[in-house]
Design a protein around this ligand. Sequence first.
Ligand code: PEP
Ligand code: MN
Length: 357
Amino acid sequence: MIVVMKSSAVAEDVTRVVERVCELGLTPHLSKGEYRTIIGAIGEKKPDTQQQLQQLPGVDEVMAITQPYKLASREFHEADTILDVKGVRIGGPHVNVIAGPCAIESREILFTVAKAVKDAGASILRGGAFKPRSSPYSFSGMGEDGLKLLKEAGDEMGMPTITEVVDPRDVDVVCKYADMIQIGARNMQNFNLLLEVGKTDKPVFIKRGLAASITELLMSAEYVLSQGNHRVILCERGIRTFSEETRFTLDLSAVPVIQERSHLPVFVDPSHAAGKRDLVPSLAIASIAVGASGAIVEVHSCPDRALCDGPQAVLPENFKKMMEQIRKVAEIVGHRVTLWGQEDTTTKPQASGGWAT
Ligand code: PEP
Ligand code: MN
């Protein structure tokens, strides 16, 4: 249920509603918009709850949220959520490209790739230290040593970093070194992991499961949001279909569908969807054209020696060309690319309390 406050409501009105929501055994979640405050009241409501809240001073309307996800829903938070990660704005019209190797394999490769993607304009550095692999015999990542290298590379390049966590027991160590947490496709419905990252203050980048519906993806976001972490980004990364030409089938329609239903930023991962490097630039460009707030792209300086996902890793020179095209397309669709080192001062994050941090 959401309580929409009048634009004339004062702070005491909001406090009174929040207290009443708690008394009714519901959990309040505040969303402060430019003109109005909305209070989400999450939990089992009793028959008269709606009528009781409706009568409080400053309350304009009390409505049921029709979707099964509440805090992720646009009904609860109308404006696009825009996050700030070390000065990089994510969401809405801000286009960011996250790039780097699939896995952190060595200092030399990580730093070479980091420098190349930074020079080409990527704003966030990726690299996996804990790799979920289909085979238990495959390289499964460097663990904490890899995280240390990622932090060093991010600090040296001045880029925020993102890395995947696969085990709730590793959330603390990942938070110690990385600026953003990735939940991989295979863990999208690992609910304990979602609850654990929901207790942190790091932005959580959730990738759509291989066979998950959009509603299921939004329910996963809800798990994180329900714990008080409002910094969630969603990512379409390809789903399983009968098509065999690509590793997965990139569901580009997921982007506008999610944007219609949710205020959360939507990214696309063309690398894991395609599985082939030659297809990645076209799909990345298409992602921006369809309105995504960014793409996450795997890049490697010597992909034939990569320990993970080599066939889909784009070479640095092709990544550079792709970035040039992405900038042009972003301009056409009225979005702006956050280039590394270039402060975007044209759009301020919305003043919407905890939602725009
Ligand atoms: C990855 O980003 O390297 C990865 C494993 O992605 P996904 O979870 O989408 O397969
Ligand atoms: Mn990968």
